[in-house]
Each structure stands twice: as structure tokens, then as C-alpha cells.
Ligand binder design. Structure first.
Ligand SMILES: Nc1nc2c(c(=O)[nH]1)N[C@H]1C(S)=C(S)[C@@H](COP(=O)(O)OP(=O)(O)OC[C@H]3O[C@@H](n4cnc5c(=O)[nH]c(N)nc54)[C@H](O)[C@@H]3O)O[C@H]1N2
Ligand SMILES: Nc1nc2c(c(=O)[nH]1)N[C@H]1C(S)=C(S)[C@@H](COP(=O)(O)OP(=O)(O)OC[C@H]3O[C@@H](n4cnc5c(=O)[nH]c(N)nc54)[C@H](O)[C@@H]3O)O[C@H]1N2
Ligand code: SF4
Ligand SMILES: [Mo]
Length: 710
């Protein structure tokens, strides 16, 4: 035996735990927590086994696939890259740049090569039809950050390890392991808040795993969070609890925000939110009175028609109670790679510089909302999308009205997927280009270090040497990009080889090195190789003075478009009373799952059925339904049949179904996942429901009808 122990990072969620991978001749023997990682200190969660399972999964593609006579067959890289490039080039030449759409999925954010060279290649296609999972995720936070702080990546992070009061609105960090809040071992960190005399409060329509370990759970009507937050601000302002001096002179819009909030006393918000006025007032007072407090919100507040408003008001609550940029409050990181500069180079800053062709939706950070990709494929005319390149994404299961998108993908003239699986999305591709496994590449987390609760930096070399004849994501994109640009003529071939060689010589590590050297800590890849377990750069520090990028260097507390939208929201007609078979549908996540793509691991899917519809006992009995019943769930766009699970975790009138299921479709190769197929909630979520300010998918406000099926 020639056992080797290699340090690595788990890439399966944002916690980014340090791991030790034990290998023997390329075979993974074990994956353990790294006790010397300064962030995770040995912690790992049950999902970590997925790193090994992914690496070994026989269903994972090792060679490219090409469609021939309607069927996919294995091919060599040269042939596959040429076929992919030729198909895309033809479309671009015939119909223009915008005829090619690009979709990037969530794992791209955990991929050094995709965040550096990959981004540069994809943005160089200069298409307005650039999409990503961001518009099913955090664009409301980016929009709010851009308006308030001048840069979409300036999203504050709760100072988790020092706060005395954590208010969690629409997030379930005990299951998600923290999002835009990199912090391994959430359970211990939340317990530590309570152990030091602090409080954890959870606002959620479901009594979640996080709510179970909190001091208080407040059940809220979905999508009513802006009302709650406005009325909390009302209490803060009207009871003289606002703390201005700490931010004195550094903010603007204080009075405008105060005027708006004063129109929404808790009594007015009570009906909309389903939270009584006394509770709202108590929440606000406790938050303002705490020695330090952090209001944190995530997916639950982003998936709403006024998601950006919810985020803005949440950030503002931090600000006007003196908790923004202050230890124990919501703070900004000083990451070793300055992502603020990076996104400027990549053209991320800005919004509404152009609009989508069919629905006239404003671009955000250079991307169009995923909720409109199907429109752009289906609607004829100049600029119609005819080809699609997907990279690390599965929009058929992750985008709203996925069934419609599924059908639209079948109508494309050409499609290429950079992905290791033949899944619900990639089955439509003409060429599939599979990258190496996550254990076969080096890693530095450019994106997630920027949202960690401590400043840290860690670079790891690939724990396992990649096998012969495999390519990294970035190599695939680089080769593809060059082939699309440079034709097969002799001169084109020479230019392509030269450029590819240059790209390889720099590589993601070369680009990372430049980013580290020019970053605030003046690090380098070499320096980080000397601290292979990771480098602790200390706690978050007040830094707003230095990093604020608004034109006048002040925090904008009342951006005009947001105030206008809030006024509209306040004057809109209240919803009609609920009919007893009508429910609001929300989502949920499971600890052993990861969006759509970890269901092919035996170790992770075992246990009770997870794709169930949760419903409150009172609602179930009103409909004469019992756990285990098969029920029809119907929305404006379609219906599905799900398995019912009755639980008092749920708020009455609200039901929950997880996303990422709906496997077992024809022509996919996911043997284990097919045995636990479940249904795709996104077959019934509505692509017309989006956040007004950002275009984000408003998954949390889908109205559904529920009926028993025989
Ligand atoms: N109803 C509902 N829908 C949702 C959500 C919800 O809460 N409710 N959540 C939304 C959110 S937050 C997100 S982020 C999206 C996720 O949406 P997507 O990113 O579109 O979907 P994933 O399921 O993460 O699919 C990831 C794909 O990347 C591939 N992959 C994994 N690692 C790599 C890699 O290193 N390189 C390459 N090239 N491919 C890789 C996997 O095989 C898989 O095909 O879903 C969104 N959709
Ligand atoms: N195990 C696991 N971990 C993951 C993932 C996974 O799929 N599985 N996905 C990763 C990804 S891509 C992301 S973006 C993060 C997400 O990280 P989180 O946001 O922490 O995860 P969610 O479980 O989506 O939590 C959203 C919560 O909002 C609640 N909610 C729904 N609607 C509303 C509403 O209108 N108002 C309020 N106040 N609450 C509402 C839901 O009940 C849910 O508890 O998790 C990441 N980590
Ligand atoms: S919390 Fe679990 S899945 Fe997330 S990085 Fe750590 S070990 Fe991996
Ligand atoms: Mo996400």
C-alpha cells in the first residue's frame, strides 16, 4: 500500500470545510475533517462522503458525448470540441451573438477555473443572453448591495462569532450549512451565541431545523417580509431606538426611510404577515436593545415578488440600529482576492443597461433572468435564442416552469453542455463535455471567502492527479472559445495553438496569483502553499469607509426605486381570503442533498423518502387527507402528483416541496437518482412570478390548489 494523505476542500456547499483525503493509487480510501483548517477545525457534515462518491460514480462521464443520428455516443476530445465549436459558430455567424445563450449553474461558484478563465471566455461571447442560477438565488441581494453600497458584491455577512442577537429571516443554515455566510459547523456557532447569553430568532413559514435550536420561531406568511421589516423599522424609529451617531454623516436617506416606515405600524403589518403586532414590536425592541445584533436573510427573502425590498429593509434594519459594519453586527469581509475589483473587470457592475427581448426585463450584473430563457428560445424574431451552452447547471430542474424550459431546450438548433452528468438538462445537448472530478483539481474559493464570517485564505493542489485524457472545466471552455473564434484554416490553427498554450501557461493558478498579489493581504499562491491547511487572516473589521463605492461615499438607506416600489406595495389591494384547498407553495432543502445533483450517491439518498409535500395537520384534516396520501398539486402552469407528509412544522395555508427532484426522465444516466426520482417542484413554479427589482424567480409565492387523487 502506498497510502497518501492530501489536504483538500469540500466543494459541496458554501462552508468549504477543510478535508484530508486518503488515497491509494488514485483510489479514495477515506475523507475526513482537517483539524488544522483554521475555519472548519475538523468539522465535516454527512454530505462530505459525496466528494468520494462523485469521484467514483460509474455514471459520471469520463469522455465527451456527441449526438449522431439522434443518439449520444462517446467521442475523443478533438472531435467533440470541434463539433461543439462548429455548431455554435454556425449559429453565431448566421444569427448574431445573441442567438447563443449561456447558462451557468451554481457549482461554477466553487470552481477556481470557471471563476477565472471560464468567466473570461463566457463573457467574451458578448451575448445579451447570459443566464445563471444567480437569478434563481441571490440577485436581490446584489441589487440591494449595489444601490446601498455601490457594488453588487458588497453583501454584508453576519459577524456570527461575536453577535449577541441573530435574527434569521428566510434561511435555514443548519441544513444549508450557511449561505453568503461561510461558516462551517453552524450548529456549534449558533449554540455558542446562546451560550454567551445571546439570542437566535428565526422568522420562517416553517418551523425549520434551525428554528428548533433557536430561542424563538416566528411563523410568517410567505412573501410578506417587507411588511414585517418595515413595521420593525417603524418601532425602531417611533420609539427612539435608532442609533444614528455610529453612522453619523456616512449615510443618506435616513429621513426618507423613516417617513416610509412610519406609515407601517405593526398593527398594519400584522394582517399581511400573520404575526401579531405585539410580537413585531417585541422583535424590533429586542433587536435594537441587544449589545450587538445581526439581521440575516437568504433564499426565503430572495424568492419573493418584492425580494429586493426585503433585502434592502433587512440591511437597513442593521444600519439604523448601529449594527452595520460594527463587530457583532453585519459586516464586510476583507478577502485576499478583492472581488470588488474582479467584478468590475468582468462587467458585473450595473443593471438595466439593456433589456431582455421578449419580456423587456432589465439586465442585472450583465445577466438576464433565468425566468425568461424559455421566452427567448420560443419567441421567433431577430435575436431569438437558437443555441445554448450550459456549464455546471441543471435549469430543467432548477428554473421556474422547468417543464416549459425542458420542452424549449428540445427545440434548440444546437446545444452544448459542460457537465459530468447526462441529466434532465444535458440530455438535450448535441455535445456533452465532461470535466475532471472535484478531487482532481486545485482549489481556492474566490467567491465564498468573500462571504466568510472570518477572513481566511486557503489554496490546495489537486488531491488526486487527474486521469489521462481528461480536461478541466477551464481548459474545455478555453479550447471551445478559441475554436469558436479562430477557424480551421492554417493561420487559424496556429493562432489557436499559440493562444491555448498561453492560456495554459497562465492557468487559473496564474490568474489567482495575480489576484492574490494585488489583493489587500498581498498574498501569493506560493505563500499559501506554505500554509496548506489555510491561513487565518483574523476577524471581520469595520471597513465601510474604505470600501464603500457609492458616488458620494455614503450608505444609501432609501434608494428611490426601492422607496417607489415600497409605496406601490403598500397601496396594492390586500389578498383575498384563502379558499380551503388553495395554498402558498414554498421550498426546502435537506442536509444530504444539494440542489439537483447529489441524488446519484447511494450513501446520500438512503433513508426515508425526501421529496414529500409538507402540510399542517389542520389543513390536512380540512381536506380529509392523511400522511402518505397521493395528492395533486396544481398551479397556473401545471400540476404534479406528490406524496403528502402531515406535520405541524408547517404554517397553516402553506405547503412545502423541495426542489432538485424529478429524475428518471428518458435518456438520462443517473441510475441511483432514478430510483429516488421524486417530482420536480419547478414543473409547477411560475416563470411569470419574479422579483420586481431584480428579476429573481419568486419561488415562494406560487399559489397552488391541492386535491386528493385516487
Ligand atoms: N423551487 C426552487 N427552485 C430553486 C431553488 C429553490 O430553493 N426552490 N433554489 C435555486 C438556487 S439557490 C440555485 S443555486 C439553483 C441551482 O441551479 P443549478 O445550478 O442550475 O442546478 P444544480 O442542481 O446545482 O446543478 C448543478 C449541475 O452542475 C454539475 N456540476 C457539478 N460540479 C460541476 C463542476 O465542477 N463543473 C461542471 N462543469 N459541472 C458541475 C452537476 O452535474 C449538475 O448538472 O436552483 C434554484 N432553484
Ligand atoms: N444541504 C444542502 N445545503 C445547501 C443546498 C442544498 O440544496 N442542500 N443548497 C445550497 C444553495 S444553492 C443555497 S442558495 C443555500 C440556501 O441557503 P438557505 O437560504 O439557508 O436555505 P433554504 O433551505 O433555502 O432556506 C430558506 C428558508 O426560507 C424559508 N422561506 C420560504 N419562503 C419564505 C418567506 O416568504 N419568508 C421567510 N421569512 N422565509 C421563507 C424556507 O422555509 C426555508 O427555511 O443552501 C446551500 N446549501
Ligand atoms: S458542511 Fe458538509 S457539504 Fe458543506 S463543505 Fe462542510 S463537509 Fe462539505
Ligand atoms: Mo443557490
Amino acid at each position: 500500500m502506498s497510502t497518501e494523505r492530501r489536504l483538500a476542500t469540500c466543494l459541496l456547499c458554501e462552508a468549504g470545510c477543510g478535508i484530508v483525503v486518503e488515497t491509494d493509487a488514485g483510489k479514495v480510501l477515506s475523507v475526513r475533517g482537517d483539524p488544522d483548517d483554521p475555519m472548519s477545525k475538523g468539522f465535516i457534515c454527512p454530505k462530505v462522503i459525496g466528494m468520494k462518491e462523485l469521484h467514483e460514480d460509474p455514471d459520471r462521464l469520463r469522455k465527451p458525448l456527441i449526438r449522431e443520428d439522434g443518439r449520444l455516443r462517446e467521442a475523443e476530445w478533438e472531435e467533440a470540441l470541434d463539433a461543439a465549436a462548429t455548431g455554435i459558430r454556425r449559429i453565431r455567424e448566421a444569427y448574431g451573438n445573441d442567438a447563443l445563450a449561456v447558462y451557468q449553474g451554481n457549482p461554477a461558484a466553487h470552481n477556481l477555473g470557471l471563476l477565472t478563465i471560464g468567466q473570461a471566455v463566457l463573457r467574451s461571447f458578448a451575448t445579451k443572453n447570459l443566464y445563471s442560477a444567480s437569478s434563481a438565488d441571490q440577485v436581490p441581494q446584489m441589487r440591494a448591495a449595489e444601490e446601498m453600497f455601490g457594488n453588487p458584491v458588497l453583501m454584508p455577512v453576519p459577524d456570527l462569532d461575536r453577535t449577541q442577537h441573530l435574527l434569521i429571516v428566510g434561511a435555514n443554515p443548519l441544513v444549508s450549512n450557511g449561505s453568503i455566510m461561510t461558516a462551517p459547523n453552524m450548529k456549534a456557532r449558533l449554540a455558542a451565541i446562546r451560550a454567551r447569553g445571546g439570542k437566535v430568532v428565526v422568522v420562517d413559514p416553517r418551523r425549520t431545523e434551525t428554528a428548533e435550536v433557536a430561542d424563538e420561531h416566528v411563523s410568517i406568511q410567505p412573501a410578506s417580509d417587507p411588511w414585517l421589516l418595515l413595521s420593525m423599522l417603524h418601532v425602531v424609529f417611533s420609539e427612539g431606538l435608532a442609533r444614528r451617531p455610529k453612522m453619523g454623516g456616512k449615510e443618506q436617506g435616513w429621513e426618507a426611510l423613516e417617513r416610509l416606515a412610519l406609515d407601517v405600524p405593526p398593527e398594519r403589518a400584522a394582517e399581511r404577515t400573520g404575526i401579531d403586532a405585539a410580537t413585531i414590536a417585541r422583535l424590533a425592541r429586542a433587536f435594537a436593545a441587544a449589545p450587538s445584533a445581526a439581521a440575516y436573510g437568504r433564499i426565503g427573502i430572495c424568492h419573493q415578488p418584492h425580494g429586493t425590498l426585503a433585502v434592502w429593509l433587512l440591511y437597513s434594519l442593521n444600519a439604523v440600529t448601529g449594527n452595520l459594519d460594527s463587530p457583532g453586527g453585519s459586516m464586510f469581509t476583507t478577502p485576499a482576492v478583492d472581488v470588488r475589483k474582479l467584478v468590475k473587470v468582468l462587467g458585473y457592475i450595473g443593471h438595466d443597461r439593456w433589456r431582455s427581448r421578449v419580456r423587456d426585463l432589465p439586465e442585472v450584473a450583465g445577466e438576464a433572468p433565468i425566468a425568461t430563457l424559455a421566452d427567448e428560445i420560443e419567441t421567433p424574431g431577430k435575436g431569438q435564442v437558437r443555441a445554448l451552452l450550459t456549464c455546471a447547471g441543471n435549469p430543467v430542474l432548477s428554473a421556474p416552469n422547468g417543464r416549459r424550459l425542458d420542452a424549449a431546450l428540445g427545440r434548440l438548433a444546437f446545444m452544448v453542455s459542460v457537465d459530468g452528468y447526462l441529466n434532465e438538462t444535458t440530455r438535450h445537448a448535441d455535445v456533452i463535455l465532461p470535466p475532471v472530478s472535484p478531487l482532481e483539481r486545485s482549489h481556492y474559493d474566490i467567491a465564498l471567502n468573500a462571504y466568510a464570517v472570518r477572513n481566511t485564505a486557503k489554496f490546495v493542489d489537486a488531491p488526486i492527479a487527474r486521469s489521462e485524457g481528461t480536461l478541466h472545466d477551464w481548459e474545455i471552455l478555453l479550447e471551445l472559445g478559441l475554436r469558436i473564434r479562430l477557424d480551421g484554416s492554417a493561420a487559424g490553427r496556429i493562432a489557436r495553438r499559440t493562444a491555448a498554450a498561453a492560456g495554459r501557461a497562465v492557468g487559473p493558478e496564474g490568474m489567482l496569483d495575480v489576484l492574490l498579489r494585488t489583493g489587500p493581504h498581498r498574498l501569493s499562491v506560493r505563500a499559501l502553499r506554505k500554509t496548506p491547511n489555510g491561513l487565518d487572516l483574523g476577524p471581520l473589521e469595520p471597513s465601510l469607509d474604505r470600501i464603500l463605492e457609492t458616488p458620494n461615499k455614503r450608505v444609501r438607506l432609501a434608494p428611490e426605486p426601492f422607496v417607489a416600489e415600497a409605496r406601490q406595495m403598500l397601496s396594492a389591494r390586500p389578498p383575498t381570503p384563502r379558499e380551503h384547498h388553495r395554498f402558498t407553495l414554498i421550498g426546502r432543502r435537506h442536509l444530504r442533498s444539494n440542489n439537483s445533483w447529489m441524488h446519484n450517491s447511494r450513501a446520500l439518498v438512503k433513508g426515508p423518502e425526501r421529496c414529500t409535500l409538507l402540510m399542517h395537520p389542520a389543513d390536512a384534516s380540512a381536506l380529509s387527507l392523511k400522511s402518505g396520501a397521493r395528492i395533486e398539486v396544481k398551479s397556473r402552469v401545471g400540476s404534479l402528483v406528490a406524496l403528502l407528509e402531515v406535520t405541524d412544522e408547517m404554517r397553516s395555508g402553506v405547503v412545502s416541496l423541495p426542489h432538485g427532484f424529478g429524475h428518471g426522465r428518458p435518456d438520462t444516466k443517473l441510475r441511483v437518482a432514478s430510483e429516488h426520482a421524486g417530482v420536480s417542484v419547478n414543473d409547477i413554479t411560475d416563470d411569470q412570478l419574479i422579483d420586481n427589482a431584480s428579476g429573481n424567480a419568486a419561488f415562494s409565492s406560487v399559489s397552488v390548489e391541492i386535491r386528493a387523487v385516487d
